[in-house]
Design a protein around this ligand. Sequence first.
Ligand code: NDP
Length: 259
Amino acid sequence: AAKRLRGKTIVITGASSGIGRATAFEFARTAPKNDLKLILTARRIDTLKEVAAKIREEVGDGVQVLPVQLDVSKPAEVKSFVPGLPEEWRDIHVLVNNAGLVKGVAQAPHIEEEDINTMFNTNVTGLINMTQAILPIFKARGSEGGSGDIINIGSIAGREPYAGGSIYCATKAAVRSFSDSLRKELIATSIRVMEVDPGQVETEFSVVRFYGDKSKADAVYAGVDPLTPDDIAEVVVFVATRRENVVVADTLVFPSHQA
Ligand code: NDP
């Protein structure tokens, strides 16, 4: 599997924490001497720099890491992302669309407009804009209409909506629908569109959901055994390292206790 990452450049959105951060480590650990380039993006640039330093410390110089501040919910920032990269970092092979969040737990009539916009602008429009920004690079590569991997992080919530999460669930259903359409549009090419849908994973996700209230966030995981971010990272790297003709289109990964 490691040799399939040789010389590749990988972009991960939301790499400052949780699943995105773990995915960066997992790619680096899988191909430590393979001239891999990792572009880590998120809003918290200082945290990204710490992640980059830890990866270098752990795996050495065989993996190059570039932290880039990027708010995917801001279309102008996404537009200038690729042109803003140093030239030797623009030949991108894999995009992991992971940045996403939930804000609040409330019945639909009580959800704040600002939270609705934040969730849709990040989870849906941000993911679509990132895809549009990277696709021309994939399409220009090789024959057969191009090549490259788009790996979208959806959620079990996009398949099984729950009360109190209507907007978040709707955003993840939209991700699912977008992934499916795009996969069909690109069917004759070597561009793979793959979706990984996690169930419950312990990350900063619930801290964000409860607006920073750590005790409420911790209560979500009381008495349950959630997945770790590494559990999802391993699946992301697995789907990215299959033989070119293999599309692991759609994967649902959840802890055994989760109904
Ligand atoms: P975390 O809160 O730990 O990580 C979310 C990441 O997204 C952070 O790195 C954050 O970085 C980034 N992010 C948020 N908003 C933006 C933005 N506007 N622009 C760029 N980056 C942004 O949560 P998870 O790791 O759990 O979440 C990762 C993905 O997994 C999300 O798409 C989430 O919906 C999905 N998921 C999570 C589940 C779980 O139980 N944890 C279950 C199912 C799906 P920063 O704040 O620095 O911008």
